[in-house]
Design a protein around this ligand. Structure first.
Ligand code: HEC
Length: 109
């Protein structure tokens, strides 16, 4: 076996080892979550995370993600409750996971 091949196999093995904890942390698909935000939430919210004015109504997603009260559970509960003029969305569990993953990815603290 060449040393290059050995290094490649080693890297693949590390990738498999490394994937466990990462998956456990984030169940949702943040790309899918960003799609939902881009389609639905952007009508009212600034969703990119680079805007994070907490005093804006509705609040920027960047600010939401950094709120002290933000937890994945609080987000899930909130998203199943209508707010503002928000349409009554009926998100699936997968969609909730995705949106929460996207919002969590904006967190800076
Ligand atoms: C029609 C406008 C509208 C749409 C669409 C909308 N929101 Fe909102 N959102 C608001 C308003 C207004 C507030 C602030 C008042 C409130 O909390 O009721 C708010 C507040 C929030 C908050 C802050 C909760 C907190 O604890 O203060 C979150 C999180 C949120 N929205 C998420 C979303 C997500 C995710 C979507 C897309 C799936 C979405 N919103 C779509 C109007 C909207």
């Amino acid at each position: 076996m060449t040393s290059l091949a050995r290094a490649t196999i080693g890297a693949a093995f590390m990738a498999v080892l490394g994937s466990g904890p990462v998956q456990a942390q984030s169940i949702g698909d943040l790309t899918a979550g960003r799609m939902i935000a881009t389609t639905l939430c952007v009508q009212c919210h600034r969703i990119t995370g680079s805007d994070n004015d907490p005093n804006r109504t509705p609040p920027d997603f960047g600010a939401v993600a950094n709120m002290r009260s933000f937890t994945e559970l609080s987000m899930r509960v909130f998203l199943q409750t209508p707010h503002g003029q928000m349409p009554r969305y009926q998100f699936s569990q997968t969609e909730l996971d995705d949106i929460v993953a996207y919002l969590s990815s904006l967190r800076q603290r």
